[in-house]
Design a protein around this ligand. Sequence first.
Ligand SMILES: Cc1cc2nc3c(=O)[nH]c(=O)nc-3n(C[C@H](O)[C@H](O)[C@H](O)COP(=O)(O)O)c2cc1C
Length: 198
Amino acid sequence: MKKNYGLMIVFVLAFVLLTAMTAFAFTPDAQQAGSTPEPSGKDVLVVYFSATGTTKGVAEKIAAITDADLYEILAADDYSDADLNWNDRNSRTTLEQNDRSFRTEIGSDPVNLEGYSTIYIGYPIWWGEAPRIMDTFVETYDFEDITLIPFCTSASSGIGRSRKILEENAESGKWLEGRRFGGNVSEDDLRSWINSLQ
Ligand SMILES: Cc1cc2nc3c(=O)[nH]c(=O)nc-3n(C[C@H](O)[C@H](O)[C@H](O)COP(=O)(O)O)c2cc1C
């Protein structure tokens, strides 16, 4: 009898261990840390890159107003203060912006665009254009049947040629005019801009 109890315990332990191992092995990638979240069912997405937080603030306001999902484009290699020094002719940003063909590597997990019909796409103006990482982004995805609404922040420059270059490099999607904002733009101003797009 004693022997049987021992055998039962071994069986139970083996079963528990096997169940735990199987569950772990079949956990979908999406549930593991750092992977792409599944689409939420919303049809508006706000995508943005922001080196010092200004565009991020505007992106978050737009997402709140439009009840959108948010996706942050991160550089694989973070920009340091020295990298962002526009007074330095040899800083990383100066070198990247001087080279139209440069493509900054994206470090954030890819985003699944399935289900989104509208994408607000935001970035800071660097030397009158979008940062090169935005070209990497638009060249990575297919925007067929998606309306893209560019927005940017800057010290003073307008959106200028930045959106046209992104549209040309994307080669897909319906691109609206887009608009430049200061970092302190109010929710009311953003709301009336968003309403004017409809
Ligand atoms: C490398 C670099 C170049 C910039 N070039 C311009 C420019 O041409 N015109 C302008 O108005 N602001 C320029 N700025 C200022 C940024 O566009 C502005 O601070 C922006 O709001 C920063 O957004 P972020 O905090 O989301 O990165 C530049 C900033 C950097 C770092």
